[in-house]
Design a protein around this ligand. Structure first.
Ligand code: 13P
Length: 251
């Protein structure tokens, strides 16, 4: 049985004080007892320290939204895995479509980052997904297969520790959600590709989140699909009540 995982990607939102307040609101909604599913919040770098403090005593995990693939050194403006570890960060989103589109991240870069994150003991949440043009040109299968294969190449047994997030680019921030059937079809494809690059048992154990305009109204149906193991939430993760409602929908 895969434990579902719901993560909030705050993107470039929330000062550290605003983030701490949001976490207080989420804790109030969900309580500090055992959570029904794995829950993670991913503030921007500047909010991680305050978030770690605001999360003390809660079961909610802390994630970052990016990191560099190199060890400490002369890389102005970058942040490395060990810095995240030192702030009690446990997860890191890698290869988000906004990183791929606006900051030129390729599968090869995402692969290096994934390897570094795993070596540091972080759980990578590796994002894949096709654009609208790719979907309309019937290239979804090819694009997603290549992204999964190349971003997750050469991980060996560590592949089992990765979380994959399927985020169709056309559904991100647009209010257009993939239908449960559309999402399930690609999630099943991703699991088949994972089986090809590892083995059936490993692929069966890997969590695959859906992301793209997930909200309380559609979360439950999406996450009840057989291969949808949680959500990566953008806009709706910025409000404590909406995020908590999505977490409850994962049950
Ligand atoms: P929205 O939920 O705002 O569509 O964003 C999804 C996303 O990109 C999460 O990483």
């Amino acid at each position: 049985m895969r434990t579902k995982i719901v993560a909030g990607n705050w993107k470039m939102n929330k000062t550290s004080a605003e983030g701490a307040a949001l976490i207080a609101g989420i804790r109030k909604e969900l309580g500090d007892g055992k959570l029904p599913v794995e829950v993670v919040v991913c503030p921007p770098f500047t909010g991680l320290d305050a978030a770690a403090k605001a999360l003390a005593g809660s079961k909610i995990g802390l994630g970052a939204q990016n990191m560099h693939f190199e060890a400490p050194g002369a890389f102005t403006g970058e942040v490395c895995a060990e810095m995240l570890k030192a702030l009690c960060v446990q997860y890191v989103i890698l290869g988000h479509s906004e990183r791929r589109t606006f900051f030129g991240e390729t599968d090869a870069i995402v692969n290096r980052k994934t390897k570094m994150a795993l070596a540091a003991g972080l759980t990578p949440i590796v994002c894949v997904g096709e654009t609208l043009a790719e979907r309309e040109a019937n290239k979804t299968e090819k694009v997603v297969t290549t992204q999964v294969r190349d971003s997750l190449a050469g991980l060996g047994a560590d592949l089992a520790k990765v979380v994959v997030a399927y985020e169709p680019v056309w559904a991100i921030g647009t209010g257009k959600t993939a239908s449960p059937a559309q999402a399930q079809e690609v999630h099943a494809l991703i699991r088949r590709v994972l089986a090809v690059i590892s083995d059936g048992q490993t692929a069966t154990g890997i969590r695959i989140q859906y992301g793209g305009s997930m909200k309380p109204e559609n979360a439950k149906e999406l996450m009840s699909q057989p291969d949808i193991d949680g959500g990566l939430i953008g806009g709706a993760a910025l409000k404590a009540d909406a995020f908590a409602a999505i977490v409850r929908g994962a049950l």
